[in-house]
Design a protein around this ligand. Structure first.
Ligand code: SAM
Length: 232
C-alpha cells in the first residue's frame, strides 16, 4: 500500500511513522509513506499556503493551488492507472470506526490531506476529496494527528504487519464486542492474582471465560455494540 500525506507540517507524521509497528511495516515492505510539504508547492516568492475567507470571518483557510498541484504530481507519477482515495480528516466527516478502517485497509493508494486553521478551501473538498472522516466529536488544531490515527488503524490491518492477523481480529469492535481482560507474568503481584482459569491450561474454559468477560464489559460500557452483536 502507498500512503501519501499532505500537510504544512510534515515532520509530525514523519516522526510518528518512524517508530514501532508503523515503521516496521514500512521497513518490511508492507507500506510506503510519501510526505508532501504544502509550502514546497506554494507560489514563490511568498509561499503562502493560507488566506483569509471570502465573505469575512475568523481564521485562515488553506489555499487550493498547492493541494491541487500535489494531487497532479501524484496522479502523473501513477499515470492515472491506479485508483486512489483521498481522505480528509475533518470534524464534520463520518465518525471513524473499525468498518471504515477495514474498508480503507484494502486500498492500494491512499492520500491524506491534513487540514489546518479553519480548514480547506471547499473546492478541494468538492473536487478531490473522496472520504471525509472525523475521529470524534471534538476539535483539534490540525489534521496531522487525525490522519495518523486513521493510518494507524489501517496499517495494522494489512496482513503481515502485526505478527498474527488473528490478534487484530480479537481486538475490540472486530466481532463486534469489546476486548476481554489480559494478564501476563508474574502470576501474583502485590497480592493481586491472575484469575485461576487463565493458568489452568483448560482452553475451552479459558475461551468461555473470555467470551463471558467480553459480554459483561460490552453490556456495561457499550450496550449499543451488544445489540449489534445479537443482530449479527
Ligand atoms: N473549522 C473546522 C470545523 O469546525 O469543522 C475545524 C478546523 S480544525 C481547527 C483544523 C483541522 O484539524 C481540520 O481541518 C481537520 O483536518 C483537523 N481536525 C480537527 N478536529 C478533527 C476531528 N475531530 N477529526 C478529524 N480531523 C480533525
Amino acid at each position: 500500500m502507498d500512503i501519501h500525506l499532505i500537510s504544512p507540517f510534515d515532520k509530525i507524521a514523519k516522526v510518528a511513522l518512524s517508530e514501532s509497528i508503523l515503521n516496521r511495516a514500512n521497513k518490511n515492505g508492507y507500506v510506503n509513506y510519501y510526505f508532501y510539504n504544502l509550502y514546497k508547492y506554494a507560489d514563490f516568492p511568498h509561499q503562502k499556503i493560507d488566506d483569509s475567507p471570502f465573505g469575512g470571518g475568523f481564521g485562515m483557510i488553506l489555499k487550493p493551488e498547492p493541494i491541487f498541484r500535489i494531487i497532479d504530481e501524484i496522479e502523473s507519477k501513477y499515470k492515472k492507472q491506479q485508483k486512489y482515495r483521498i481522505v480528509f480528516p475533518t470534524p464534520d466527516g463520518r465518525i471513524l470506526n473499525q468498518k471504515i478502517s477495514n474498508e480503507l485497509s484494502k486500498e492500494e493508494q491512499l492520500i491524506f490531506i491534513s487540514g489546518h486553521y479553519k480548514g480547506l478551501d471547499q473546492r478541494v473538498r468538492d473536487e478531490l476529496v473522496t472520504d471525509e472522516v472525523s475521529i470524534g466529536d471534538y476539535v483539534l488544531t490540525g489534521g496531522d494527528l487525525p490522519s495518523l490515527v486513521i493510518i494507524d488503524t489501517i496499517v495494522r490491518l494489512i496482513p503481515g504487519v502485526i505478527g498474527k492477523i488473528e490478534s487484530a481480529k480479537t481486538d475490540s469492535f472486530s466481532n463486534p464486542l469489546l476486548d476481554y481482560p489480559h494478564y501476563t507474568r508474574p502470576e501474583s503481584y502485590r497480592g493481586l492474582k491472575v484469575p485461576d482459569v487463565l493458568t489452568s491450561g483448560h482452553h475451552e474454559n479459558i475461551d468461555k471465560w473470555r467470551q463471558k468477560k467480553r459480554l459483561e464489559k460490552t453490556k456495561n460500557r457499550r450496550p449499543d455494540l451488544l445489540e449489534k452483536f445479537k443482530n449479527n
